[in-house]
Design a protein around this ligand. Structure first.
Ligand SMILES: Cc1cc2nc3c(=O)[nH]c(=O)nc-3n(C[C@H](O)[C@H](O)[C@H](O)COP(=O)(O)OP(=O)(O)OC[C@H]3O[C@@H](n4cnc5c(N)ncnc54)[C@H](O)[C@@H]3O)c2cc1C
Ligand code: SF4
Ligand code: SF4
Length: 496
């Protein structure tokens, strides 16, 4: 399988200004060559960005900059979207380019004043600015396509000016209450999935640098473009000032995360369940055990250099809590699942965090449980069903469990033997499967939600759904039509 790129393309223009500001770039850079006074828009832009940076850092770059709009909106689809070489983002490049740029600009201004009798000042100053704009359009545009859209922004002199003024603003106390930074509700909730870094135009890594004191990302290169916030799969990021960040920490619900700890483990078994689906059995090291509850998940480190983790539901567990199983589906363009399949063989050591999660924590005191899963969303229910019916020594589950499981083709079904076997031994387990695409006389054809529609459901049933968002939304609608209260329906998304 080909190497999966770390950086991802995604929508980066979230406002009309960001979708259309590139028109200003074209008007000034190209139009200015024919009508030089258009170049005089540039000093206005410079004054605006400098003023704003005193209060909000590089907010301008991410929200108003016409070149930024050109790079992010027009050129992103054409870009190779590669890693920006460290040299281009280094302090030495930033300083040298700033000096070169300012020297060049000053030299051209001096020449314009010396030429004042031949060319009007408006025309010559306009030409200086529009030519500079054109130069940035061409150089920045080429870098955007060949490397990454915001390569130019790493050493852009206007960016450097904003950073300097931002430092001044902070020293003068102008940023207080105005400087909104990327903030995580609470670091415990972050899965370290790295998506915020994978989509960041500036190639920053917020998830690795949230401050311990107030969960904020302080990197001065951050252009507050919202891309990470809009792409975090857990929706735990926002732009907040220091006071708002403090409130978020206090008010965030941490249920399901308090017991989490760091673990090391060794993979003792890798079982190929189906094509591209593997079960990894992990033995915990350092004489530690995990206090697990069915429905929870762990985070597994898949890329040590980047500190990148992936969440996997617990699909099996030894009674002592020292052996746990996760079941992973390899996604075609999945960065982490491919690393797991390539590098994590029997004997490999890995780092983990957990157990975590509250959405699918099964309330075993309820006497009617309904599990609805599609695709790889079945994994938490493999553990939960076995645990409730057989492994829970303190009290075997005596109520009714109904399990609905949908996949596309028969050969994608996993744990089918386990569920069928449990059904024979435990008449209180009712197992239905749906194949949406395959021909099979013995199995119900259609979606799992089709079975749900036909099912008679007691209004006191507690429902747990795991799988794709599309399925979950359909299922919740059906459940609501059947009069199941929303508070009795629990859902965990496993899509990123
Ligand atoms: C609580 C929880 C429990 C979970 N349990 C399980 C489980 O038991 N088993 C399991 O297999 N998974 C589970 N997941 C999902 C798992 O955490 C990962 O998200 C999954 O393995 C995919 O990770 P990845 O790094 O391979 O994919 P990613 O690289 O994160 O990709 C995710 C999606 O984006 C697409 N994509 C990737 N790169 C690009 C690109 N450059 N451009 C455009 N699109 C791209 C991929 O095709 C894929 O569809 C769970 C998730 C959560 C939140
Ligand atoms: S995108 Fe992933 S790593 Fe970044 S904050 Fe959200 S959960 Fe954490
Ligand atoms: S960290 Fe987030 S807000 Fe800052 S530049 Fe990157 S994507 Fe934009």
């Amino acid at each position: 399988m080909k190497r999966v790129s770390f950086f991802m393309k995604t929508i980066r223009a979230f406002s009309t200004v960001r979708k259309s500001a590139w028109l200003v770039t074209l008007a000034v850079a190209v139009g200015g060559q024919f009508y030089p006074p258009l170049g005089l828009l540039v000093p206005l832009i410079m004054i605006s960005l400098m003023g704003m940076s005193l209060f909000k850092g590089r907010y301008w770059c991410g929200n108003f900059c016409p070149h930024g709009s050109f790079f992010d909106f027009l050129l992103l689809p054409l870009s190779r979207n590669q890693k920006i070489p460290g040299l281009l983002a280094s302090k030495i490049t930033v300083v040298l380019f700033f000096v070169f740029f300012m020297f060049n600009l000053t030299r051209r201004f001096v020449a314009a004043f010396q030429n004042i009798e031949q060319v009007s000042l408006v025309d010559s100053v306009g030409t200086i600015f529009s030519t500079t704009y054109l130069m940035v359009l061409i150089a920045g545009g080429l870098l955007a396509v060949i490397i990454s859209p915001r390569t130019w922004c790493q050493f852009c002199p206007m960016g450097s000016i904003q950073t300097l003024l931002y430092k001044l603003g902070k020293a003068l106390g102008l940023t207080a209450g105005r400087d909104k930074k990327v903030t995580v509700n609470h670091q415990w909730l972050c899965h370290s999935c790295g998506k915020c870094a994978r989509v960041c135009p500036m190639q920053l890594a917020p998830y690795r640098e949230f401050t311990v004191s107030n969960n904020q990302f302080n990197d001065e290169r951050c252009i507050r473009c919202l891309t990470c916030i809009n792409n975090c799969p857990l929706r735990i990021l926002s732009l907040a000032d220091a006071a708002e960040a403090g409130t978020l920490i206090k008010e965030t619900d941490l249920e399901g995360f308090q017991e989490s700890d760091n673990y090391r483990g060794e993979i003792i078994r890798v079982k190929e369940l189906k094509k591209n689906i593997r079960e990894f059995t992990i033995n915990l090291l350092d004489s530690k055990s995990m206090k697990l509850a069915p429905g929870q998940f762990i985070l597994v480190e898949v890329d040590e250099k980047r500190g990148l983790y992936r969440a996997y539901s617990i699909s099996s567990a030894g009674k002592e809590g020292t052996e746990i199983g996760i079941t992973v589906k390899r996604l075609e363009n999945g960065y982490g699942s491919n690393l797991l399949f390539e590098k994590f063989n029997e004997g490999a050591l890995l780092k983990m965090k957990g157990p975590m999660g509250k959405e699918l924590l099964i309330e075993s005191k309820r006497d009617k449980l309904l599990f609805v899963a599609n695709g790889i969303g079945i994994t938490p229910f493999a553990y939960a069903t076995k645990y409730l019916l057989e492994d829970n020594n303190s009290s075997k589950f005596a109520g009714e469990i109904t399990l609905l499981y949908g996949v596309r083709h028969e050969e994608e079904l996993i744990y089918d033997d386990l569920f069928s076997g449990l059904t024979i031994k435990h008449p209180n387990l009712h197992y239905y499967k749906a194949l949406s695409r395959a021909d099979s006389s013995s199995t119900k054809r259609g979606y799992v939600t089709d079975i749900l529609k036909e099912l008679e459901i007691d209004p006191f049933t507690t429902v747990y759904i795991c799988g794709t968002k599309e399925m979950a939304n359909r299922a919740m609608k059906i459940l609501s039509e059947k009069g199941i209260p929303r508070k009795s329906v629990h859902y965990e998304s496993i899509t990123t």
